[in-house]
Each structure stands twice: as C-alpha cells, then as structure tokens.
Design a protein around this ligand. Structure first.
Ligand SMILES: [Zn+2]
Length: 595
C-alpha cells in the first residue's frame, strides 16, 4: 500500500530509535549524543553500531547497514515496507490509514504465504490419507503422538509428480507462482512438477506464525536426506531457526540447540519446549543474532557420533562471538536426543542437560581425544593444543580453574602452563586490542571510517580514494545544506562525479531537492535496495567530520575536476593529440564559475 508522506513523517516522529533498537540489543550510554550497541545484524564483541538520535538514524561501521526506524524493523523482523509500517503503528498505537492497497512486492509475499499454507494443509492431509502409510509408520516408529504431529503440522509429499501442483492450481495459483515460490520446479522442457516427492514434510514457521518454507526428509536412504526450500520472496537461506516460534515463549532464557528437526520435535513432545534447530546450513550471523535475542544461555545438544561432535565444535566457534553463554550436553548412552528419550526416558535427558559442560571443558576434551597422555610426547602435544583453548577464555577465574585441571591432567606444573597461556593471551590481546582501538577510533571521529565505510558501499573507492572522499564530502554537505545545489548550479553536475555509486546518489539527491521534497533517509523508503539506504545513512555519519561550508564544496568540485584531468592524461597514450587537447579544454571550461 502507499502511505502519504505526512503519515510516514508522523510515524517516524513518534518512534524513538534508541528505545526501539534497545528492545533488540543492549544500548551503551543511551543518553549520550551517539549511543552505541553491539550490532544485531553481525557478530561482534566491540560495539560498532551507532545511533544518531538527532536525525533518528543508525549506522553500523562493522557491516555497513544503516537507515531509519522503518528500515531497522524491515531488516530485523524480515518484513516488507508496509508490514514494517504496520508493525511500528501497532507499537506506538497509531491507526493505519483507511485505504489498504498492496504494492506489488507485498502482494507477492502474501501470495507466497498463502500458497505455503495451502501446501502445508495438503501435505498434512496426504499424511493421513491412503498412500501415507510409509510416513505414518515412520512417525510411529519414532513414537510421535498424533497431537505432536498436528502441533508441528507435519505432512507427507507422495510420489506423484504433480499432486501438489494440481491441488494448488485448483485453488487459483498459477504455474509461474508455484515455481517462484519453489513449491514446484520447471524442467528444461518446460514441464512444471512438484519440488518435494516421497518426503516427510516439516513446515518452517516464522515468529509471526507464517509458513515460510519446508524441510523434506526421505524415508529411506535416498540422498539428499534433507531438502529445504530454496530462496523465495519470503525465505532466504541462512534465515530463521526451526521451532523458535514455539521456543521463543520460554521464560528461563535458555534454548536447547539440536541438530535435526526430528530431535526438536521429540524434545518438545517430552516437555522441552525450548528446543530449536538450525536449518541444515552452518550458522549465519543473522541466525546467531536471532538466537541471542531469545536466550542468554544456549545448550548444544548434538548427536554423540564424530560428525555431531565436529558440528558442535564448528558451531561453538561461530557462536563464540555472541553474548550467549554456551554449554554442551554430552549424549552418553544414545546417538541423538530422539533415541535417548525413546530408550532411556526423560530422567536421563534431565541428567545430561544438567551436566552440560561449559564450552571450554568441551573443547579441552576434544583436544585430548586421540592423544596418548601416557607418553611424554603426547603430554607435550596436549599442553600445546590446550594453551590455544585456554588463551581464549576471557573470565580469569574460569581460566585459572581450567589451567589447574589441564596441568593435573597432563601431569605438569601449573606455573609453566600459566606462563604459556599468558604469553598466548598477550599475542592474541595485542591483535584484538588493535582491532578494537581501530574500530573505536573510526566510530568516534568518523575520520578513519571515511575510508572504511566508504569502501563497503563504493567498491570504486579503492582505486579513486581522493575523488571518492571529495564526492562523499559533497554529498554529506548537500544533505545538510540542500541550498548548495542551486548555489553551485552549473559547476555541480552528475558528470563531475568520478565513481558511479556517488554519481547516481547525487542524481537521486538532486532530483529530490529540485522537486522541493526532503532529501533524507525517507527518500529510499519504498522499494529501496538496502544498499542505497545504508549508504545514505553512512553519508549522514560524515556530517560531524566535514566543515559543511560552500567553500569546502567548491574545493571538492575542483579536486574532482583535477582528478579527471590526471586520469585522462594517464590514458592519453591511447588517443590522438587533438582529442587530448579537446578533452583538457572541455574539463577546463567547466572550471570557470557560472555567472
Ligand atoms: Zn553490523
């Protein structure tokens, strides 16, 4: 739907960006001019996510995302523009405008949700119908109760090539839609057929209760064992966490992370309603941030086999940068949570969870595995590997405790081990300190960020540093002083710009200013690419580090013109003398100020 500019302005005025962001990540110095936070969009330990209350914007110097309150909600809740507006209206108690006309993108997303929901119902019906015997037998073998099957909306895709397609087309969906929503595929010959066949179906549901995708598991040994929906208008690979729609309501702030969908479902059936799983891929920063918003402690409960332990190690490394406390449950007596619950019962699982060790203990155990500690050579290898693990432990009490344990286990003295750990920490510390110093300096002064922030958004900046800096100054200056556009008329034209990102940003700004409308973050509101919004938010952050005078702008235009002449002469070898002279004259003529 389209919203009037006045409506959006009022909505933005009612939402306080610091308060809004504070619901997702802890704000440091909320009362200061530029409060900081750990970025909810990427993993970090030193905050580089900066809020600018005076213009109600945010920008992350780590990953380069930026925008206003509406952009923030679009990105963090994965909503379309109108959905984000509705979300914020509800939050501040502002009524939505009467006329509800969907824009094309929102309409497509709605269709996709509808098709997914209809498909989930169809799969569920197939599970109960004749033809679903094998799937029902499988669920029975796994001891799933009918109410559990219903709660998770489990279903079955039969072995027909077009059962789902025919069903959804009867409900008014077009072939093209079904292909776009990845419920069907199109063969090289153009035939459209069902994407999932002969699979047990797990609907993946987002936090708003929409079916966003499906996971399909084979009932035999066919590969791949699991198949997930590919990217659609409502789902991207690496987004979302399975069963978080149920688990998010747990009060203790603890989540249990399992490897597979069946494990999660078995855990829920046994009363562990805080169990979740990833979606078959390595954890993305986005998923980690989503998890850390819903718990303070995460217990990894992966399969007991070597593959499961390797996966645990990998996940621990990815999760280490988050603020969550990590623990690892060791599944002795079974191969996965599902099997333990079936063969040993809930009492055993309770015990295993309560004994879950910290991530340090787990890593030290992994280090020791396969090393023969009865030989001197083995002990030295163990100590060297353990030092790396121990040096990463930030808490001094915890570190000291594990140094003692490790020394005891290796049969060495504690003092030399402590020395080795300290040396390794110093080496690590210097690197980390330098990194954090650099980021702090960038965020505080805006000076170093001129280079870094710019390069994220403008790849041409690497090769045209001087020009790109001048262009950024001009653009940041125009945001503060739109009147400079007319004051510099004749001199400040799109072809003065050397890098294409800045040229098109200038064209957008100029169009907006000349039409008498505000040139601010709201100009990239509907149908905008994230990238444009973030770049504009970045340019806003430069506001404090430039003079912002007309004189400065003029000097920047001069810089750009001389950059162009220099580049032209470098390339001059390839063109005739006459052409070269004409080119210089052309550039020169633009230097004369217009009357
Ligand atoms: Zn970030």
């Amino acid at each position: 739907m389209r919203f009037s500019e006045e409506f959006l302005r009022e909505l933005r005025a009612r939402v306080d960006i610091v308060d809004l962001v504070g619901r997702y990540t802890e704000i440091r110095q909320p009362g200061s001019r530029n409060p900081k936070a750990l970025c909810p969009f990427h993993n970090e330990k030193t905050p580089s996510f900066i809020l600018y209350p005076h213009n109600q914007s945010f920008y992350c110097f780590g990953c380069g995302i930026g925008g206003n309150a509406i952009h923030f909600i679009q990105n963090i809740e994965h909503l379309s523009f109108p959905e984000a507006v509705q979300f914020l209206c509800q939050r501040v108690g502002m009524p939505m405008p009467a006329e509800q006309v969907d824009d094309a993108y929102t309409a497509m997303r709605r269709r996709c949700f509808e098709a997914n929901r209809a498909a989930a119902r169809y799969f569920h019906a197939c599970l109960k119908a004749p033809g679903g015997e094998a799937a029902r037998a499988y669920l029975q073998k796994r001891a799933l109760k009918p109410e559990t099957v219903t709660r998770f909306g489990l279903g079955f895709a039969g072995d027909s090539w077009d059962g789902l397609k025919k069903h959804l087309m009867r409900q008014g969906f077009a072939e093209d839609e079904l292909v776009a929503f990845n419920l069907c595929r199109r063969s090289a010959k153009g035939t459209v057929y069902d994407a999932f066949r002969s699979r047990l179906m797990f609907p993946i549901i987002d936090l708003m209760g929409n079916v966003v995708a499906f996971g399909g598991r084979v009932l035999d040994d066919t590969k791949p064992k699991y198949l997930n929906t590919a990217d659609t208008p409502v789902f991207k690979k690496g987004q979302g966490v399975y069963a978080l729609n149920f688990a998010k309501n747990n009060k203790e702030g603890v989540l249990i992370l399992c490897e597979g969908y069946m494990d999660v479902i078995a855990m829920h059936q046994a009363g562990y309603t805080n169990a979740v799983a990833g979606l078959g891929t390595a954890f993305t920063p986005e998923q980690i941030s989503l998890l850390s918003r819903h718990c303070r402690e995460l217990i990894l409960c992966y399969d007991a086999d070597e593959a499961g332990q390797k996966a645990t190690e990998r996940s621990l490394r990815l999760l280490a940068a988050s603020s969550m406390e990590l623990r690892v449950a060791r599944l002795e007596g079974g191969k996965d949570p599902d099997e333990i619950l079936r063969t040993e019962g809930k009492g055993k699982m309770d015990l295993l969870l309560s004994r879950a060790s910290g991530s340090t203990a787990f890593e030290l155990e992994r280090v020791a595995a396969g090393i023969d500690l009865s030989t001197d050579e083995g002990r030295v290898r163990y100590v060297n590997a353990a030092v790396e693990v121990l040096a990463r432990v930030g808490n001094p009490v915890e570190r000291d405790l594990y140094i003692t344990r490790t020394a005891e286990r290796a049969g060495t003295g504690k003092a030399p081990l402590a020395q080795m750990v300290e040396a390794a920490r110093k080496k690590r510390g210097r690197r980390a300190e330098y990194e954090s110093f650099r980021r702090d300096a960038e965020a505080a002064s805006g000076a170093l960020s001129v280079s870094r922030g710019g390069v994220i958004h403008n790849p041409e900046k690497r090769d045209h540093l001087l020009a790109a800096n001048a262009e950024e100054t001009i653009l940041a200056s125009l945001l503060k002083n739109p009147d400079y556009l007319t004051k510099l008329r004749g001199r400040l034209t799109p072809d003065v710009f050397i890098t294409s990102v800045n040229r098109s940003m200038f064209e957008d700004l100029a169009k907006r200013i000349l039409s008498g409308r505000e040139a601010d973050l709201s100009m990239y509101q509907e149908n905008a690419e994230n990238e444009q919004v973030s770049y504009l938010a970045y340019l806003y952050t430069l506001g404090d580090s430039i003079a912002g005078t007309l004189r400065e702008c003029e000097e920047c235009v001069d810089t750009l013109l001389s950059c162009r002449v220099k580049e032209a002469s470098v390339n001059a070898a390839g063109i005739s003398d006459a052409e070269f002279v004409r080119m210089i004259r052309e550039k020169g003529s633009r230097r004369t100020p217009s009357p």
